[in-house]
Design a protein around this ligand. Structure first.
Ligand code: 5RP
Length: 222
């Protein structure tokens, strides 16, 4: 069911795309639906992937790829999210692509987020940890600082080892709990030396397409 809803949201996002656009390609299972559908409709676009996984998928589906060297500005980015608040702030990064996702989103004229309704929350942090990408040398220091701020922090593992991001860094998952002021906490985390960025995306989404059992709706930033 949830996968069908993710596909519905992805299909609606195609309405945002026109021939000639530079399109940011998000990461995760919902963004993967979008990439497959975009490949299928054969619009004349060029994509900038936000992860190696999305790059591979875009190549398989025949989407022409470009880079910031060729195109430093992106027309529209379509990406998923782990949580979307009532203010349309986002928590992202359970898929570990948060740094490239944020870089591509910041380069974009328009950011469209696609989710199924299970991702909607009153306040960020309600269901998920905050993923934080950290330079490996700084990990013990950042863990200490996060624990001092409050809440358990652990290095993400895969197959019994520290997970390594596409950028060669570690991911620290911080169990902060409810976030009162996402923009403030995003800035605070970014100020810790060794932190590359966090999965808090405050004031980034222009529009969120939500697919639910009652249909698809589009939430616009006020
Ligand atoms: C990856 C992300 C994803 O967009 C987020 O985890 C949502 O993934 P999914 O669509 O599989 O639920 O931020 O870094």
């Amino acid at each position: 069911m949830s996968d069908q809803l993710k596909r519905q949201a992805a299909l609606h996002a195609l309405d945002e795309i026109r021939d000639g656009m530079i399109v940011g390609l998000g990461t995760g299972s919902t963004a993967a639906h979008f990439i497959r559908e975009l490949g299928r409709v054969r619009l004349q676009v060029a994509g900038i992937p936000t992860s190696e996984e999305s790059r591979r998928l875009a190549e398989e589906t025949g989407i022409r790829l470009t880079s910031f060297e060729e195109n430093p500005r992106v027309d529209v980015t379509v990406d998923g999210a782990d949580e979307v608040s009532t203010q349309l702030d986002l928590l992202k990064g359970l898929g570990a692509a948060l740094v490239r996702e944020k870089i591509v989103a910041q380069a974009s004229e328009r950011v469209v987020i696609i989710v199924d309704e299970s991702k909607l929350v009153d306040r960020l942090g309600q269901k998920n940890v905050i993923p934080i990408e950290v330079i490996p040398f700084a990990v013990p220091r950042v863990l200490l600082l996060l624990r001092e701020l409050g809440g358990a922090a652990r290095v993400r593992q895969r197959d019994g080892r520290s997970f390594v991001s596409d950028n060669g860094n570690s991911i620290v998952d911080w169990n902060h709990g409810m976030i009162d002021d996402p923009a403030k906490l995003e800035k605070q985390l970014k100020s810790l030396t060794g932190v590359v960025d966090s999965g808090i995306f405050a004031n980034v989404a222009h529009c969120v397409i939500v697919a639910g059992s009652q249909g698809v709706r589009k939430l616009q930033r006020a």
